[in-house]
Design a protein around this ligand. Structure first.
Ligand code: PLP
Length: 487
């Protein structure tokens, strides 16, 4: 494309995108294509000769679009939201303009500095502890700070690596005469803790860093508690294992449960664990002060992570990771090579984010976040959270009034977990014993069938979670296009 053609096609694509969003709530949210649909539609080789952009767009429309699942539809309530907004999209475009691999300050200073600044802005909007911010109130650099990771999964790997490195360094200092075998044995005994509700990324991180992971059994409210964590740690220590890391979740994936933060904080301090907070979805709500008491006890955490790309109006991928002591991360991840050497790095005055993450290269992701923060303002972000939580509360009251359904978990945020009311099933069966095996088995089948029917109708897209063997309807509200009409 020449720059003239780019101007023209770019404008057409902007129109295409705006039309798409304008009409999105009228489209069925779930793609109906069958596996391998695209393999049959596309040529088996890349074209030898250049093709016209119009031809490519025609194929995009006729062949690719049918396989798009409309996450941005106001009728999409699956998983957790993955917000897209026009400022986010425009930020992505400008980031593409400035494409580079901004791993060091020197090779794209604005990429690094805007990231540091916007993450401090976001941290302040969330009311985070000062220790998580890069700049102290007097403008000097602190020991902590934020970094944008691609996903919460990468964030927890980075946190776990930092935690392991810290523990290993302590071991080395305490055992100056250790052998290589001692060190291998020590590492093999390390245990990271989460709960049986912790997102799979916790366990995956432990696979990556080759430590043990223990998903501690949660209580009746699906929370990791102080008591169960302490008991698990005692058992493991008795076996000679070495606890080093705990993840506490603010808003679990299945039910948006909130772990026992004050209790976990106590255990983390006593057992000298790295304390990581996973608030991937729910921590966006902290932009509204009324949600902050729910996370009390997080203050002593070593690292804190949430995804503005979920529920904070910023296009994927922006996962904000904050740490109190960034040197734990950089000492775990910095590798010196001649080709990285430059004056700015040597001056010690700049941050090279390559040392805060696993890959080397990094995109200019702060740009879209900055554009979202500027154009929505804190007020716009709060409105989005309060509006969508309001829909969740409204839906909860409608379901309660209807009587045929039960909202089975607290609606602290914008997630509802719904089951058919068991009493409705018992009444239908004419059964007097609601706890009978027969009633239960019909109840389990009916809930699964309800979800299958919702999927088949495809007017809304909703996923499920397994709650003690019952397929439960998981309604995650939060798409910017959800409104009074879609609710
Ligand atoms: N943590 C929680 C609580 C989540 O709900 C999710 C995903 O929904 C994740 C972590 C993983 O998020 P990511 O896709 O950013 O790795």
């Amino acid at each position: 494309l020449t720059s003239e053609e780019f101007r023209q096609k770019g404008k057409e694509i902007i129109d295409f995108i705006a039309d798409y969003y304008d009409n999105l709530n009228q489209v069925q949210p779930l793609s109906q294509v069958k596996p391998n649909f695209l393999y049959d539609l596309l040529p088996k080789e890349a074209p030898e000769e250049p093709e016209s952009f119009d031809q490519v767009m025609a194929d995009f429309n006729s062949k690719i679009m049918p396989g798009i699942t409309h996450w941005q539809s106001g009728n999409f309530y699956g998983y957790y939201p993955a917000n897209s907004t026009y400022p986010g999209i425009l930020g992505e475009m400008l980031s593409a303009m400035a494409t580079g691999v901004g791993f060091s300050w020197i090779n794209m200073p604005s990429l690094t500095e805007l990231e540091t600044i916007t993450l401090d802005w976001v941290g302040k909007l969330l009311g985070l502890e000062q220790g998580f911010l890069s700049f102290k109130p007097d403008g000097t650099a602190g020991e902590g700070g934020g970094v944008i990771q691609g996903t919460a999964s990468e964030a927890i790997i980075v946190a776990m690596l930092a935690a392991r490195n810290k523990k290993v360094q302590e071991y080395i200092e305490e055992h100056p005469n250790h052998t290589e075998e001692d060190l291998v044995l020590f590492k093999s005994k390390l245990v990271a803790y989460g709960s049986d509700q912790t997102h799979s990324s916790g366990e995956k991180a432990s696979i990556v860093i080759e430590c043990n992971f223990r998903g501690v059994k949660t209580d009746g409210s699906k929370r990791l508690t102080k008591e169960s964590l302490s008991k698990a740690i005692e058992e493991d220590k008795a076996k000679g294992l070495i606890p080093f890391f705990v993840v506490a979740t603010f808003g679990t994936t299945a039910t948006a449960a909130i772990d026992d933060f004050p209790g976990i904080a106590e255990v983390a301090e006593k057992e000298e664990l790295w304390y990581h907070v996973d608030g991937a979805y729910a921590a966006a709500a902290l932009v509204c002060p009324e949600f902050r008491p729910l996370i009390d006890g997080y203050q002593t955490a070593d690292s804190f992570n949430f995804n503005p790309h979920k529920w904070l109006l910023t296009n994927f991928d922006v996962s904000a990771l904050y740490v109190k002591k960034s040197s734990y991360i950089t000492s775990a991840l910095t590798i010196h090579r001649d080709y990285y050497r430059n004056k700015a790095t040597s001056s010690g005055l700049v941050r090279d984010y390559k040392d805060w993450q696993i890959p080397l290269g990094r995109r200019f992701r702060a740009l879209k976040l900055w554009m979202v923060l500027r154009t929505f303002g804190a007020r716009g972000l709060r409105n989005h959270i309060r509006r969508t939580v309001g829909y969740a509360k409204w839906l909860e009251s409608q379901l309660k009034a209807d009587g045929r359904f039960k909202v089975v978990c607290p609606v602290d945020f914008s997630l509802l977990i719904v089951q058919i009311n068991k009493q409705t099933i018992a009444d239908k069966l004419g059964a007097t014993d609601i706890d009978s095996e027969h009633v239960h088995s019909v109840f389990v089948k009916a809930n699964a069938a309800l979800h299958a029917r919702i999927l088949e109708q495809n007017t809304v897209f909703i996923t499920t979670c397994d709650l003690d063997g019952v397929t439960s309807i998981h309604i995650a509200i939060g798409a910017p296009l959800s409104d009074e009409d879609t609710m």
